[in-house]
Each structure stands twice: as structure tokens, then as C-alpha cells.
Ligand binder design. Structure first.
Ligand code: GLY
Length: 337
């Protein structure tokens, strides 16, 4: 099959790589490869740390995709950090958030060990004196820029479409018509620092209600994210956003006071109304969607690649991700007559 994938972010590139592995003829089209949301992303492979009530499908899909990451990272020759995620609550109310999340995870059969103040500091001695937390041992992280660079070395990319049997639309938050309305941008501002005392594992916390995460790369680099805000304009880093992130991160990790601030980036996350991506038939013959991954593009990339390739080969669709679910007519009178 000759396939053109529109969008050279982590999703589009991973889809093309999977198609090439399966013997198809795949090309990615993007005038600015790997400069969208994947360029900003921290690379948390955190289905459990990033889930919340009402989003349980993310847990199922993210857990399935996390299992595919070790093989993908091996193929790409990029490091997968597998020290888990430490959820932390700065004060007593923040710790209640952690406890609620741990309760949700345990209910779904996930390991979420609650820890007191001493327990979290035993794992991360440079952490501030937080109220407590929970360890999610199965989680990992990857550097999305390194992954995209490795994919760009394997996958042909060109600037303009040239026509193919099938088009896969993987343009993240900016979908062409007639699908534009299915995805909207949620700005994320994110900072890159270099610290002489970074955490060992991903630390995701609440500080007086403010969510923040620190994702270490293992060489002193630490990614601190991320704001989340619906807006209409181009994403820019605001002074207020950077200030909130730095203030919350430093409360959790006092050593950041000495860290070098290397970069501040803003990109739009591609959000759908139900928080799940669009993976499957678009309603137009020969066009398949692989977009709208919101907070989970890096995590869900390998699963999306498999689902798209399976769909093209067999017609299979995961009902939870089927783009047609968002176009379904609204039921009248309960809808079951
Ligand atoms: N998955 C991290 C974020 O969206 O900020």
C-alpha cells in the first residue's frame, strides 16, 4: 500500500515506521518535521500518573502502549528511563489528591503504593518536606526529541503531499477540513533546566493545588511542565505560566533554585471533547485519522501505529478511538426506541 502520513510528530513518524516495517510504502509529509507538540513534550510514559476519574480508557490504552515502548526504544536506539513515577502531595490537601488517584488506580488493578513523608524522601532525598505521596513503579519516560530524530533517520519525509492510496492525517491539534472542529488546542508551557541535583525518577505533584511535574533525563537535564489552557491564538510562553511552573517546581525540588534555565517552550496539545484520540476511519474514503492525542501523544504513539497499520490491513477499529464516535447523532428520548 502507498501511504502518505500528514504530520511528522511522534505519532505520524511512528505510524510511518510501523507501516514501513510491515512492508508498505510510507512517506511522511511535513514542512517542519518534529517541531509541533512532540518538540515540547516531556516524554512521560505515565498512563497511571496522568489518569483521572472519567478517563479510565487512557489507563487501558496507555498501559497497552507502554508495553510496546521497550521494543520501539530498542529499535530507535533511544534510552527508556524506567524508574517509575513518584506522585507527591505538598500539603495535606494535595496529598488527598494523591490518595484519590491511588484509590482509582488500585481499583483498576494498578500498583500505587502510598508513602508517608519519610517514604518519599527515602526514594528522592532531595525532595522538599512534602506531606507524602505514592510510587507508580511501572512507569517510564523517554526523550521525545531523541525519539523523533531517530525516527526521522528511518522514515522518508517531504514537504508537500504527492498523492497515495491512503492518507493518514496525524497533524495533531490542526486538522484539515472537514475534521478541524474535532480537535482543539490546549496550550502547554514547559521549561527545560539543567540541575546539579536532579530527581532519579519522574516526580508529579500538586503544590497548594497547582499541578507540576519534573521529568529527569539522567544527565542533569530536567523538564518541568506543564501549564494547560484552552485558547485561540498561537501558543506562546507567558510570564505568568513560567512563573507558576517555576514556583511550584521549586517548592517540590529546592535544588532547582541553582538550576540553569535552558529553554521555555509552548505548544498546543491536541484535545478532543472526550479526551481520547481519533484513530481510524475518517468518514472519507482513503483517509484515516491518527490525531487528537491530547496529553498522551508520546505514550500512545506505538499503540496508535499498530492500530493504524492493523486498520489499513484488516479494517479493524478500536471502538473507543473510532473517530466516527464524535459524529454520531445525538440520541432523542434516551435513544433506544
Ligand atoms: N503529558 C504531559 C502533559 O501533557 O503535560
Amino acid at each position: 500500500m502507498r501511504v502518505e502520513v500528514l504530520g511528522a510528530g511522534i505519532v505520524g513518524l511512528t505510524v510511518a515506521d510501523e507501516l514501513l516495517r510491515r512492508g508498505h510504502d510510507a512517506v511522511v509529509v511535513d514542512p517542519r518535521p518534529a517541531r509541533g507538540a512532540s518538540y515540547a513534550a516531556a516524554g512521560m510514559l505515565s498512563p497511571a500518573a496522568e489518569v483521572w476519574y472519567g478517563e479510565e480508557d487512557v489507563l487501558r490504552l496507555g498501559t497497552a502502549s507502554l508495553r510496546l515502548w521497550p521494543a520501539l526504544a530498542d529499535r530507535l536506539g533511544v534510552e527508556l528511563r524506567r524508574a517509575g513515577t513518584l506522585l507527591v502531595g505538598y500539603d495535606a490537601a494535595d496529598l488527598q489528591q494523591v490518595a484519590r488517584q491511588a484509590e482509582l488506580l488500585t481499583r483498576h488493578g494498578h500498583d500505587a503504593r502510598l508513602l508517608d513523608r519519610a517514604g518519599v524522601r527515602e526514594l528522592e532525598p532531595a525532595l522538599a518536606r512534602v506531606a507524602g505521596g505514592a510510587l507508580l513503579p511501572g512507569e517510564a519516560s523517554v526523550d521525545p526529541r531523541a525519539a523523533c530524530d531517530a525516527l526521522l533517520a528511518r522514515v522518508p519525509v517531504r514537504g508537500e503531499p504527492a498523492g497515495a492510496d491512503v492518507t493518514v492525517v496525524a497533524t495533531g491539534a490542526r486538522l484539515p477540513e472537514p475534521w478541524t472542529h474535532l480537535v482543539s488546542g490546549v496550550r502547554g508551557e514547559i521549561l527545560r533546566l539543567r540541575s546539579d541535583d536532579p530527581p532519579e525518577r519522574t516526580v508529579r505533584g500538586w503544590v497548594a493545588g497547582e499541578p507540576v511535574y519534573l521529568v529527569p533525563r539522567g544527565d542533569g537535564r530536567v523538564v518541568v511542565g506543564a501549564t494547560s489552557e484552552q485558547h485561540d491564538g498561537e501558543p506562546v510562553v507567558t510570564a505568568g505560566g513560567a512563573l507558576r511552573l517555576l514556583a511550584a517546581a521549586r517548592e517540590l525540588w529546592p535544588a532547582l533554585d541553582r538550576a540553569e534555565l535552558v529553554e521555555a517552550t509552548a505548544r498546543d496539545r491536541p484535545a478532543t471533547v472526550d479526551g481520547l484520540p481519533l484513530v481510524g476511519p475518517s468518514g472519507v474514503d482513503g483517509v484515516v485519522l491518527a490525531a487528537g492525542h491530547h496529553r498522551h501523544g508520546v505514550l500512545l504513539a506505538p499503540l496508535t501505529a499498530q492500530l493504524v497499520a492493523d486498520h489499513l490491513e484488516t479494517g479493524a477499529v478500536d471502538a473507543a478511538l473510532d473517530p466516527r464516535r464524535l459524529e454520531a447523532p445525538i440520541p432523542v428520548n434516551g435513544g433506544d426506541r
